[in-house]
Design a protein around this ligand. Structure first.
Ligand code: R5P
Length: 311
């Protein structure tokens, strides 16, 4: 692995360090700062000529700063003659604008894919994309991991009886079904209508949930509107304890306050996005995906299949 070098910006240094610990590699030396006018400044402080470079950076809040750092770091590695550059994006931001759902709006998920490619990335490693089709927005190889093995292991450990896995909207059904199968649970769906980016309305529950323990499965929690509304609807329909299993804790706006007063018993997220100190509270548990990402980096570097990581 001595030709494998891992660098990170400011978005999720803790995760990059954990990945390096897993791989027993030092974190690459790079200065990622700002010029006095706010422009991103990057200086890679070790030789990367001919090496296999991995740039770990989540496109999370502050989204534009972190995205720009990613692009500038890739550019720096390319101009320093790295042999290959992989953008490791534990959380791929801007993904929710992935089609023209109304006239005169952008498709930012595609724009960001173009930017990453234009900066010089040769491949992408990412996790639980908002929609799997975003893979096709890249014309370079992309490995798409799922946090499910880590999350499912946790829920197995809870030994929850009489379990139903719930998709809080149609977009989550596939992931919820896979969860349900592996937890030997039944499946239910909440019929969600989104009134605006900040407001959702839950209609009906499709499936049997009365008296059951519930795990709601989703790719991300932003304002918490989807999750809290789903929990209220499920409680009204007789659910027992309600847990949430979410890969990306975006936790924007009043998400943590909303969850604190909601019917959610525990929110389980991963560390694809760092949980800021002020957002920590007893209902939130963070699981690490560092070993999954580390193993994928190792497979990519050694040109081995990553499919064993999906099990
Ligand atoms: C929607 O399609 C996503 O899977 C999430 O359910 C949604 O983006 C979460 O957003 P919020 O927490 O603001 O409802």
């Amino acid at each position: 692995m001595d030709q494998c070098k891992i660098f990170t910006g400011n978005s999720n240094r803790q995760l990059a360090e954990k990945i390096c610990n897993y791989l027993k590699l030092p974190l690459g030396k790079v200065k990622v700062g700002r010029f006095s006018d706010g422009e991103v400044s990057v200086k890679i402080e070790e030789n990367v000529r001919g090496t296999d470079v991995f740039v770990v950076q989540s496109i999370s809040s502050p989204v534009n700063e972190n995205l720009m750092e990613l692009l500038v770091m890739i550019d720096a590695a390319r101009r320093a003659s790295a042999e290959r550059i992989t953008a490791v994006l534990p959380y791929y931001g801007y993904a929710r604008q992935d089609w023209k759902d109304q006239p005169r709006v952008p498709i930012t998920a595609k724009l960001v894919a173009n930017l990453i490619t234009a900066a010089g990335a040769n491949r992408v490693l990412t996790m639980d994309l908002h929609t799997p089709q975003i893979q096709g927005f890249f014309d370079i190889p992309l490995d798409h991991l799922f946090a499910a093995p880590v999350l499912i292991k946790y829920f197995r450990g809870l030994n929850l009886s009489n379990l139903v896995v719930v998709a809080p909207d149609v977009g989550s059904i596939k992931a919820a079904r896979a969860f349900a199968k592996r937890l030997h649970a039944s499946l239910a769906v909440v019929d969600k209508r989104r009134n605006s980016p900040e407001s959702v309305e839950m209609m009906n529950v499709i499936g049997e949930i009365k008296g059951k323990n519930v795990v709601i499965v989703d790719d991300l929690i932003a304002t918490g509107g989807t999750l809290c509304e789903a929990a209220t609807t499920l409680k009204e329909n007789g659910a027992r304890n309600i847990y949430a299993s979410i890969t990306h804790g975006v936790l924007s706006g009043k998400a943590t306050q909303n969850i604190a007063v909601s019917a959610i018993k525990a929110l389980i997220i991963t560390n694809t996005i760092p949980l800021r100190e002020e957002k920590k509270f007893k209902k939130i548990k963070v699981l690490s995906v560092a070993s999954l990402l580390g193993e994928a980096i190792k497979c990519i570097h050694l040109e081995k299949s990553v499919s064993s990581l999906f099990i």
